[in-house]
Write a protein that binds this ligand. Structure first.
Ligand SMILES: O=C(COP(=O)(O)O)NO
Ligand SMILES: [Ca+2]
Ligand code: NA
Ligand SMILES: [Zn+2]
Length: 311
């Protein structure tokens, strides 16, 4: 169990590959992610959003954070690969403190919806506290479109590399998520997929720290098609193409946040299994094949990110 996410991300940044940061909300997704990392011999980051902590704790934040840490630690001590637990899109000061106290390896303070100076001040405060207890911190500059937890960002506002230089110097944040055109969820682009690689290149040059890509799911069309065949309504779903992910990694992305790809895979195969095995009522028999597919998609991502065999 990795005490501090920085150690695995600094290595990835030095060697030019990316670590998957996969979101989970329950035991089965966590199992699938960790099995995938073990089979790929890859370091891995598992992440909970604030909503996931509330979900795991049935509304009680301490319970949720504690349970997440205990589940991850208990599984991780059996594995040969490094595992880090990360708080994704931390916004609420109390939740960030609770995650640190519970034993998370790193926390994100997402104050990117605030004006630059306020984002900088918020981030600096979290960094001072987290660094005092040996925990690493992620922050975000610029805005992703779509729903970011409970804040609806109408327009994406791309990162300003000059701001990034000042921001990282002033806050001493360990890794930075620059908005370069992605957005959360399954409907990322109206027209052609497009990322601002020029900005990304400059942010890396100016900051020289591990960078994070949010909204990075690829939204595989075969899985979307399967889900729709079994009654889902996901037409128009579109993600980040593989060649763009690879280019982003070449230009300095070292942590890739992936949630939607696991969700779509889960939904497609759950629908399929339920419609084919109509008398099945044992949840274990329903979930086993479904989470085999979730594990496979995580392995595919780890291979694309270049972290297979890096444990
Ligand atoms: O950024 C993400 C996940 O993005 P996706 O919706 O593209 O999986 N989590 O913080
Ligand atoms: Ca944000
Ligand atoms: Na994050
Ligand atoms: Zn995100």
């Amino acid at each position: 169990y990795v005490k501090n996410t920085k150690e695995i991300l600094d290595k990835a940044s030095r060697e030019g590959y990316a670590i998957g940061a996969f979101n989970f909300n329950n035991m089965e997704f966590l199992q699938a992610i960790l099995e995938a990392a073990e089979e790929e011999k890859a370091p891995v980051i598992v992440a909970t959003s604030e909503g996931a902590i509330k979900y795991i704790g049935k509304g009680d934040i301490e319970t949720g954070a504690k349970l997440a840490v205990e589940m991850v630690r208990t599984y991780a001590e059996k594995l040969s690969v490094p595992v880090a637990l990360h708080l994704d899109h931390g916004r609420d000061f109390r939740i960030i403190m609770t995650a640190i106290k519970a034993g998370y390896s790193s926390v994100m303070i997402d104050a990117s919806h605030l004006p630059f100076e306020e984002n900088l001040r918020e981030t600096k405060k979290i960094v001072e506290i987290a660094h005092a207890v040996g925990i690493s911190v992620e922050a975000e500059l610029g805005k992703l479109k779509g729903i970011e937890d409970n804040v609806v960002e109408k327009e994406s506002v791309l990162v300003d590399p000059e701001e990034a230089k000042i921001f990282v110097k002033e806050t001493e944040v360990d890794f930075l998520a620059p908005a370069i055109g992605t957005s959360h969820g399954a409907f990322k682009f109206k027209g052609e997929a497009q990322l601002d690689f020029e900005r990304l290149k400059k942010v890396k040059e100016y900051t020289q720290i591990p960078l994070v890509l949010h909204g990075a799911s690829m939204v595989p069309q075969d899985v979307v098609k399967l889900a729709n065949e079994y009654g889902a309504e996901l037409s128009g779903a579109k993600g980040v193409p593989e060649d763009m992910l690879k280019k982003a990694i070449e230009l300095g992305i070292n942590k890739i946040n992936t949630d939607t790809d696991l969700r779509i895979t889960f939904v497609a195969y759950l629908r399929k299994v339920l419609s084919e095995d109509k008398s099945q009522i044992d949840p274990r028999k329903i979930f086993k094949p479904v989470f085999e597919h979730v594990k496979e998609i995580v392995k595919e991502r780890i291979r694309i990110f270049g972290s297979s065999g890096k444990a």
